[in-house]
Ligand binder design. Structure first.
Ligand SMILES: NC(=O)c1ccc[n+]([C@@H]2O[C@H](COP(=O)([O-])OP(=O)(O)OC[C@H]3O[C@@H](n4cnc5c(N)ncnc54)[C@H](OP(=O)(O)O)[C@@H]3O)[C@@H](O)[C@H]2O)c1
Length: 301
């Protein structure tokens, strides 16, 4: 029997798209999460099994890897709480998964990270992503690191958030809205991951995946407004004011905005030179303009 591909975080936004891509190609998948559920798109008889495991727990991770050939880490944590920090998930969890994968003889591991992962970042989130990459490579030097730009697609957090924002009487921008982003469709990233877990080992080990166009934040807001038929004034808001707002909101149990998000929005988030890209995988990612209609449903006319 073909050994399964283990997708840690397989019920998340990206994980679900990857699991679907693999299952539809007839490749056996083990979906792992703390609360795994049978996906709504899956049919009985699909080559899919669900396993409950927390990436923080050694025995559960080891059991989830048994008999597997390949593993993808798509576990995420965007907002820290008192009980759960970035370090536990992005650094210790990622390192644990890589070490245990090596111990059971798995030779292909794909670690999801993000563009701009730097250990010197003022953002605790970004620093943890960089340290996580290092922890994975220390345990498994031939692991593949994949850093996507911001993901979009049906029911995403990014465009969904903007769709709510453009209903306000005026739309606040991060600074002057000049930050450049390269939004990438979740299915395009899932296809790239399916290639990276496929039979042909890629020569490259570090990939940055961005969509078909680079847009300023302000341009993305304008595209969303045009798609939803809203016309609102765009109001520049200085970053210091955003930071103050995020500081105030940080006391809420699940803050709608964090300091880490503000720091991320101050830096361009586009594919760097000298890394593996969609091109190296023979794929052409769609642009935000192409993907917008299937991601944001415009109001009935
Ligand atoms: N979304 C983006 O725009 C974006 C951009 C760049 C990079 N990325 C990266 O892509 C990856 C996936 O992101 P996403 O947005 O798809 O995440 P997501 O939707 O938040 O999904 C997270 C997944 O991880 C699982 N999970 C969380 N904590 C866990 C734990 N302790 N043990 C085991 N599983 C756990 C969740 O299921 P349970 O809660 O049931 O455990 C869920 O399946 C992350 O590495 C993220 O940083 C995302």
């Amino acid at each position: 029997m073909t050994r399964p591909i283990v997708v840690f975080g397989g019920s998340g936004f990206l994980g679900d798209a990857l699991v679907r891509e693999l299952v539809e190609a007839g490749r056996p998948v083990r979906l792992v999460a703390r609360h795994p559920a049978w996906p709504s798109w899956a049919e009985s008889g699909d080559p899919l099994e669900l396993v409950t495991a927390d990436i923080r727990h050694e025995e559960e991770v080891a059991a989830a890897l048994e008999g597997a050939a390949t593993v993808v880490n798509a576990v995420s944590l965007y907002v820290e709480t008192r009980e759960l920090g970035f370090e536990a998930i992005h650094v210790e969890g990622a390192g644990r998964l890589a070490r245990l994968a090596r111990e059971v003889g798995i030779d292909r591991l794909v670690q999801l990270s993000g563009i701009g992962a730097e250990s010197t970042s003022p953002s605790a989130y970004v620093r943890a992503r960089a340290q996580g990459e290092r922890a994975v490579l220390a345990a498994m030097p031939r692991a593949i690191i994949v850093r996507p730009s911001v993901l979009f697609g049906p029911n995403d957090a990014f465009l969904g958030g903007l769709a709510r924002l453009v209903r306000l009487p005026a739309v606040p921008l991060f600074g002057r809205g000049e930050t450049r982003l390269q939004p990438v469709h979740v299915i395009d990233v899932a296809r790239a991951l399916a290639r990276l877990t496929g039979p042909e080992a890629p020569a490259r080990r570090l990939f940055e995946l961005g969509g078909g166009d680079v847009l300023r934040y302000r341009e993305i807001v304008e595209l969303v407004m045009a798609r939803l038929g809203h016309e609102r004034p765009l109001v520049p808001v200085p970053f210091w004011l955003w930071r103050a707002l995020a500081g105030g909101l940080s006391r809420l149990p699940s803050p709608p905005l964090t300091r880490d998000q503000i720091i991320l929005m101050q830096r361009d988030n586009v594919v760097a030179d000298g890394v593996g890209t969609f091109d190296d995988l023979g794929l052409r990612p769609r642009s935000l303009r192409e993907g917008l209609p299937d991601s944001l449903v415009s109001p009935a006319r």
